[in-house]
Ligand binder design. Structure first.
Ligand code: MF3
Ligand code: CO
Length: 259
């Protein structure tokens, strides 16, 4: 399968999938409290997704056993929810969620602080978010994929953070993962030429320390090799001839973007 250009109808479904996912993130993020288990977070997330008549994209995907990836502190991505893993004040918690609406996926991630978090943690979360928007400056038809990847990686590196290289963003649509792969660092090759109607999940995974990651024995959870903190920020976007359409922002996130 190659990179697809979505039809007007497909884009309508993806906009709705994105709008719903933004609300799911908002509701679940607002519900996070000290003392919750990561399994409770997942169960609540699944309930919210289903309340919109959507299906969770991740449940049973390649054998993944939950609806929400809940990754705490040094966990980078794909943390498997567990009843015996409790979030505490000072933790940072990355929530990665996908929903399916009328057969089309949206995919987005946010990192939240529980109670008061360290300056280092706040800064990491902000650098990760900002790296995504640095990438968006190049997310327009006629540019190349490497322009996005390079802008993300260059920014995060300039801020002294480690850019995870072993995991990438991806095309998205009727499948959760479509072509192309979207690295978060500059490569030698410029990559595909961006065209209006391409739908992409851009997802920087950024570490406070080194870039190296390792996989845990559960074969899903990815952690930083040096156990430094890690943050994740992801949105589903549509390439246009102008600025990208970001499908998974809430109205208030859109407003903050302009300010
Ligand atoms: N946002 C992640 C990704 O794009 C989520 C996939 S997790 C899985 O790849 F559980 F679905 F595999
Ligand atoms: Co993704």
């Amino acid at each position: 399968m190659s990179v697809t250009i979505k039809s007007a109808q497909e884009l309508e479904y993806m906009r709705e999938a994105g709008r719903i996912l933004a609300e799911v993130h908002q509701t679940l993020g607002d519900s996070l409290t000290e003392g919750m288990s990561t399994l409770e977070i997942d169960r609540l997330g699944e309930e919210i997704i289903r309340s919109y008549g959507c299906e969770p994209s991740f449940l049973n995907y390649m054998g993944y056993p939950a609806s929400v990836c809940v990754s705490v502190n040094d966990e980078v991505v794909h943390g498997i929810p567990r009843a015996d893993k409790i979030v505490r004040g000072g933790d940072i918690v990355s929530l990665d969620i996908g929903v399916i609406y009328k057969g089309y996926h949206s995919d987005a991630a946010r990192t939240h602080g529980i109670g008061e978090i360290s300056q280092e943690a706040k800064r990491l979360i902000e650098v990760t978010r900002e790296s995504f928007f640095q990438g968006m400056e190049y997310a327009t038809a006629g540019r190349h994929l490497n322009d996005i990847s390079g802008a993300i990686g260059d920014y995060a590196t300039s801020q002294g953070c480690g850019v995870v290289r072993d995991l990438v963003g991806h095309g998205i649509g009727s499948h959760l993962h479509e072509e192309p792969e979207i690295p978060n660092f500059r490569k030698f090759r410029r990559g595909i030429k961006l065209q209006a109607g391409m739908t992409l999940a851009v997802e920087p995974m950024i570490n406070a320390g080194g870039a190296s990651v390792v996989w845990m024995d559960d074969e899903w959870t990815v952690v930083t090799a040096d156990h430094s903190l890690s943050a994740h920020y992801e949105n589903t976007i549509v390439i246009t001839n102008g600025r990208p359409e970001i499908l998974t922002l809430t109205p208030s996130e859109k407003k903050n973007m302009i300010e």
